[in-house]
Design a protein around this ligand. Structure first.
Ligand SMILES: [Zn+2]
Length: 258
């Protein structure tokens, strides 16, 4: 793992990093001298095929309120990454976070799947069945393959190590296409209800086809005393909805930091 923490990159490069992940580039990030209003990017791990998985922090460090936003887990669901770029654009152009709050943006934790336009990783694993929370070995050969062991995949390992280090207050994970905020985790429901209102989406307990096993939010819910919410955007996501979604995430962060 290569740490780029401590280097500052300008918003345009944040976009570049994100786009690079989507497009499968994994070259070194350019380091630019410090300034005060830009994101701090950290390479948190690499995918099965060696692509970068990067988190970019905006806001104070350390921060009492720490929000992580994952734009994409399933490679054929790309709208959440557009929300990530919009949040980065807004924060990079002076949209203030509350004092003592920070947002970490991860464009994609599955860059190989993004390149291949597949739900699963290059190893054929559904990352949302691979986390060590109620993990079951199920679905081999399907798009819901759990992988051979709990937390077996480098993408999941990268995310878990990162979250262990920064101990999130809240994790938001974007998916598609069901147009709903999932209230599966009881401790996350007050935040989820508010987020759904601000997104203009319904909120309900969605669950899984069959038992939920190995989900990222399930792991965050059980492993940390943290809010863990899945946001299912619609199949077709307009630019207006991208803007509204970014606004909702920023509003939730301010609400959490109140
Ligand atoms: Zn998904």
């Amino acid at each position: 793992m290569t740490s780029l923490q401590g280097f500052i990159i300008r918003p345009a490069l944040v976009f570049g990093v994100g786009l690079g992940l989507i497009l499968g580039f994994c070259g070194p990030l350019a380091a630019i001298p410090h300034s005060t209003d830009v994101g701090v990017s950290e390479l948190i791990g690499t995918s099965t095929q060696g692509r970068a998985i990067t988190a970019t922090r905006y806001g104070s460090e350390p921060a009492t309120t720490r929000v992580v936003v994952v734009g994409q887990m399933h490679g054929n669901e790309s709208a959440g990454s557009r929300v990530i770029y919009e949040i980065a654009r807004r924060l990079g152009s002076g949209n203030e976070l509350p004092a003592d709050a920070a947002i970490w943006l991860i464009s994609s934790i599955n860059p190989d799947g993004a390149v291949a336009n597949t739900r699963v990783t290059a190893s054929g694993v559904d990352l949302n069945r691979n986390f060590p929370a109620g993990w079951l070995q199920q679905g081999r050969g399907s798009s819901s393959w759990s992988g051979p062991g709990a937390g077996s995949e480098p993408e999941a390992v990268a995310v878990m190590a990162f979250l262990e280090r920064m101990d999130p207050t809240a994790l938001l994970a974007f998916h598609q296409p069901f147009a709903v905020v999932d209230l599966t985790h009881p401790n996350s429901r007050p935040a989820g209800q508010r987020l759904a209102t601000w997104l203009g989406l319904p909120a309900q307990v969605v669950g899984c086809p069959g038992p939920c096993y190995g989900t990222m939010t399930g792991w965050v819910d059980t492993h940390f005393s943290a809010i863990a919410l899945t946001v299912e955007l619609p199949k077709i996501v307009t630019s207006e909805r991208v803007v509204r979604s970014a606004t909702a995430v920023l509003r939730l962060t301010r609400w959490l930091a109140r």
